[in-house]
Design a protein around this ligand. Structure first.
Ligand code: F0G
Length: 351
């Protein structure tokens, strides 16, 4: 079996690249579609997790970034810029490093997870913390890209969405058809747009007999697509999706409506319960925002809006190691013991 070559080589005919495109890849994609027995049991559905934290920089952003950076190099760019809640910047910094491009990153001050900050810095990005939220960062990045010689690699860049749609292709490949329903977290709304595009194309090409119902979940304190109104001061512990004015707003609403789906809100409490359940029961450690899909699945099951017996995929978008502060602060502090078996056994409840 040949080694996985990254999403551009694997799905070349379905992506806007040509023979001359200078493919910049870190062998992203090809991520596990993992059966989730505990979630299946809880919901009466056949539940799978698409583990996007298994990508090279630990999130789904790598699928779009291989495309965006490949095209930036093809078009002669010397520098790229993005606004980010952390994952886009980690990914942009890595692909830019691989391509030898300068990478500039704007993040909301104090609101990105520690691991993501570490990634951008170690890959060599020029990082600025902006005293504002993600929406302010995106506005600033767009302005800089208009006025200075630097290409924007946020998901307003069409190539990003093209790359990200390949997750749906992989799911259809793995299952032999599309699932009945697809659950995913929604922030800037690029990913739900990209997945829907991928499923529509898989259906057009005859790889799938159907298209799934798309069910997106925003954090309750940052749910503009649920209320229909921009949220000026978005707030949630899931910093990756702390976004009040999503760039792909209209496209996400179209994906929702064309698929007969819904975009709903889950509370931080529901997100954290799903986060812990994923780690302790399914052994899948994700970052909090990623657990929004599973929080939504459980909420839908409890509310009776998820028919039993369906085949369901939940995307878990990012690796749990990205947000170590959250993981540690949510757990009891470990006790210190002397080098003494009796004491250790007593502490561990073995004795
Ligand atoms: N999950 C994670 C872990 C994310 O990092 C993001 C977005 C989403 C879900 C939502 O995806 O924006 O396509 O609806 N993160 C962006 C970033 C905003 O800057 O890393 P979306």
């Amino acid at each position: 079996r040949p080694a996985w070559r990254g999403i551009i080589e694997e799905y070349r005919e379905f992506l806007p690249v040509s023979d001359g495109s200078p493919v910049i890849t870190l062998r992203e994609g090809g991520t596990p579609l993992f059966p989730a027995p505990i979630l299946s049991d809880r919901t009466g559905c056949d539940v799978y997790l698409k583990i996007e934290g298994a990508n090279p920089t630990g999130s789904f952003k790598d699928r779009g970034m291989t495309m965006a950076i490949t095209k930036a190099v093809e078009e002669g760019a010397k520098a790229v810029i993005c606004a980010s809640t952390g994952n886009t910047s980690a990914s942009a910094a890595a692909y830019a490093a691989r391509a030898g491009l300068v990478c500039a990153v704007l993040v909301p001050q104090g609101k990105i997870a520690l691991g993501k900050m570490a990634q951008a810095l170690v890959y060599g990005a020029k990082l600025l913390q902006v005293s504002g939220n993600f929406d302010d960062c995106l506005q600033l990045a767009s302005k800089l890209a208009l006025e200075y010689p630097v290409s924007l690699v946020n998901s307003t860049n069409e190539y990003r969405l093209e790359g990200q749609k390949t997750a749906s292709f992989e799911i259809v490949d793995a299952l032999g058809d599309a699932p009945d329903a697809h659950f995913l977290p929604v922030g800037n709304a690029g990913n739900i747009t990209a997945y829907w595009r991928g499923y529509v194309q898989a259906h057009e090409h005859g790889w799938a007999t159907k298209r799934p119902v798309m069910r997106g979940f925003q954090a309750a304190g940052a749910a503009p697509l649920v209320s229909g109104e921009v949220v000026r001061e978005p707030s949630t512990i899931a910093t990756a999706i702390r976004i009040g004015n999503p760039a792909s707003w209209t496209k996400a609403i179209a994906a929702r409506d064309e698929s007969g789906g819904a975009i709903e809100a889950v509370t931080d409490r529901q997100i954290l319960a799903a986060y812990r359940l994923l780690a302790r029961s399914e052994a899948v450690f994700v970052e909090p925002a990623s657990a929004a899909s599973v929080a939504g699945l459980l909420a839908a099951s409890e509310a009776g809006t998820l028919e039993r017996g369906q085949r369901v995929v939940c995307t878990v978008t990012g690796n749990g190691l990205k947000d170590p502060d959250w993981a540690i602060s949510g757990a009891p502090a470990p006790r210190t013991v002397p080098v003494d078996a009796a004491v250790a056994a007593a502490e561990l409840g073995l004795a």
